[in-house]
Structure formats: C-alpha cells, structure tokens
Design a protein around this ligand. Sequence first.
Ligand code: PEP
Ligand code: MN
Length: 341
Amino acid sequence: MDIIVLKRDATEEEMRHVVKKLESRGLKANISAGTERTIIGVIGDTSKVTEEEEDAIRAASGVENVVRILKPYKLASREFKIENTQIQVRGILIGGKKIPVMAGPCAVENKTVLTAIAEKVKAAGAAFLRGGAYKPRTSPYSFQGLGEEGLEYLAAAREKTGLPIVTEIMDPRDLDVIVKYSDIIQIGARNMQNFRLLLEVGSAHKPVLLKRGLSSTIKEWLMSAEYIMSRGNHEVMLCERGIRTFETATRNTLDLSAVPVLKQLTHLPVVVDPSHGVGKRDLIAPMAKAAVAAGADALIIEVHTNPEEAMSDGEQSLKPEHFEKLMAELKPVAAAVGREI
Ligand code: PEP
Ligand code: MN
C-alpha cells in the first residue's frame, strides 16, 4: 500500500481517520490536496501492512482506492494513473492530439525585440511564448536576465499576441512574482534536483515544465517530478533537452529514446527541446521532426529575429523564417503519427 485516493466528497474527519490508522502502524501520511481530489502518500515501510489491514483502509468511509506502486515515484507513475495527463493552459491543451509549440528567445532582452519575436512566432503558428527573465548562466559575468522587468515585457507580449508565457524560475524567492506573470513555470536543467525549489513550485497553482538535468537518469528526473507532485501540484510536464555524453559534435545529446521510455513509465506529458538538445541551428529542424515522430506532446524552440546579436544562445536560435518553414514541415510528420501541429 503506497497511495490512498480519497473520494471527491471525502470529509476532513474521514481523512483524519485514515491518517490516524496509518500512524498507529508507525507510518506517516503525506497529504496532497490536488484540484481534483486528495491523495494520501504513505511514508514508511509499507511492507509491514497486512492485506487485512489494507482491506480495512480500503473499506473506510471516504476512501476510493488503495494502490500499491512498485516504482519509487508514485504519483508520477503509469501504475498510479493509466490515462495520459492533459494540462490546459489558457485554453491550450498539452497532452492531446494537437502538439503545441512553445517558441521565443532564450532570454528576454528588451520590449521591442521580444514583441517582434512574439508576433513572428505567433504568425508562424506557435501556441506559447518562451523567454527567460532569470537566466542560469555558466559565467557570473554573462547577462543574467532582466528579472521582473523581463516578466513585464513577457506579459505585454502576451497581451499583444494572446500567447501564454513559459518562463524559468531559479530561486524560490521569485516564486510570487513569477506566478503573477507566467502561465507555465520552467524549472531549468541545472535546477532539476534543487529539491527546495521543486517543493515550492509544488505548492503553486501553475503548471510546471520540468527540464531534464544535464546528467540525470530518467528515474532521477521522475523522482524530481514526484517532489513537485507530492505537494499537490500534479500539472507537471517533462522536457527532454539533451544530456551530457562523450560526444562533442553537438552541445548535448538529445535523448529521444527518453520519449517512448517516459510514455511507458509515466502519464505526464512529454516536451522536447531540440534547441538546447543540439545547440546548433542547422540541426534543430531534423531533431524537432524526429521528436514529433517519437511521440512528443509539445516542442520548445528558441527563435530570435537577430540571432547574431542575441544575448544568449544565438547559435542555436532559429530565425523567424526558418521557424515558419519548420512549422510547415512538421505538419506531415505529425499527421503520420496520428497527431496535429
Ligand atoms: C533555457 O531554456 O534557455 C535553458 C536555460 O534551458 P536548460 O535549463 O535546458 O539549459
Ligand atoms: Mn537557452
């Protein structure tokens, strides 16, 4: 027994009764009050719970089901939820037949450039605007992002184009301001195992795009999703963005096999970022197509009107005309695998 799913109309008292039962067996309860229903994660050695005791909990009033999950990640696992999770963001569905494309600059640089990029990607068919206001840069001397000012420009671009915003959080102290402006909160690769940050976004009422760590296994990545979900936020999407290997021809090695692996292991939507995956402009279109063929639920792609002058990741940013061409080329690939762009 690992997870107890309460009925939609379960009362506080019914929940406390179940928690008491667990505590009397030396176990602890992790209450995850999601928007749909409350789930109790059981912490401790559950192997000591007998089948009879498990049946008694299953029969308790307010309890819908008791589930045993063999995987270390529970709420994120396919065992826990068979059907795919779909996340609705301002009327756009992630995890449905249609594959939304998130596009925009690596970093928000100024209002004029951002608005111009937003209008271009919108015209090409993008569904979301991406752009970092808080940038995780390798060097402390590189451009670190505009902070709240950048978030304001993103909100202004959303106002103008209608595109919802994806933007990165690096520090729990910025949570309130990022929640205020964004539609999807991105956790960058470098913070995939920043567990305090994961718990903080787990308490927020905003969908989360969780990027794969630079050298993380799929299991570690799913454990990070579990951190977010354990706090009640079940709107998590997993973004493959390339991992470190011995190969130097590309910036990272885009692990597209992670897409079908994740589809087996988890019900969460899978996003692919070919831009950071390969780091070179010319390689992005083929890998974006391959990602769609592999079963990605969404793509996130860096686009800049003037990549040569971009303040970060210019070498991997597509020009708007190349992005437009790619969007057209993705359509038949999506159709071939029963999807739409
Ligand atoms: C980004 O999206 O610009 C970014 C920094 O991504 P990652 O965390 O995958 O490197
Ligand atoms: Mn980038």
